[in-house]
Design a binder for this molecule. Sequence first.
Ligand code: PBG
Length: 322
Amino acid sequence: MIRRPRRNRQSETIRRLAQETTLSTDDLIFPLFVTEGTNKAVEVSSMPGIYRYSPDLLLKEIESCLKLGIKTFDIFPQLEESKKDKHATESYNSDGLYLRTIREIKEKLPEATIMTDVAMDPYSSDGHDGIVKDGKILNDETLVVLGKMALAQARAGADIIGPSDMMDGRVGYIRETLDDEGFTDVAIMSYSAKYASAFYGPFRDALDSAPKFGDKKSYQMNPANRREALIEAELDYAEGADFLMVKPAFSYLDIIQTLNENFPIPIAAYNVSGEYAMIKAAAQNGWLDGERAMLEMLLSIKRAGAKIILTYFAKEFALLQK
Ligand code: PBG
């Protein structure tokens, strides 16, 4: 035998030389949940190790992550039911929990890069990502709300805006709104191929944001479709997105690969709450080695073509690098 592939696997050093994909804390974005109150950290029951923090403790958490080398944070708000309405008006209330918190983080920890979420669901009394009328989700009317929300977030200091709702035309609408107000440097990471997935369950627990009726299939993509992701990505690219995201990540590695091969901007993947919960639950039962499963999951997402991974494992991963 002239060619023996095992020669390149014979020692740790040679294996490392031959290793094609590496993962670094620089690649990660840490999603965090903020809730009203002070000195409050409530663990999300379906996401062991992940908490909803009051703003003061959220700041502490970000500070400790910065020391570990995590630089970018994607923040989501959990609101009381009384703050929600049909038009998500709380989403652009500059004195509200979310925008107050973003301003405070940028003031006290300017080295943190902050990604914000643009979607109506945490603020919607219907639990949907768009305005609901007669049981239907209205597209163009929703864009107006998204524009106001994105602008308010940019004013609060957001570095990256993350439209996560899958309405048509939102990236272009938000880009134009931001540019008209002078926020030309605020980036857009578009949730381009976001699928109607069962793996968002624990996140909706964390935010109490599950739809009050129906499902999200009229705006989020059908998990059966790959080519359709090219249409979504093409539109977002043309409308000025700086990053294209695929979500969820682990069951959608082929989508990540497809977008990476077709678009010359960085591809991100959202390693969602359900993917985190699966590994945690299996590890707690002694059914999987949680640490090795996490590393393999993250590495495979990177190998598929994601340069950036949004993951609840970010802190755990960063701690392992120390
Ligand atoms: C909603 C949104 C969701 C997530 C991020 N933004 C849930 C949904 O679409 O219902 C899910 C993230 C996760 O599961 O970790 N705009």
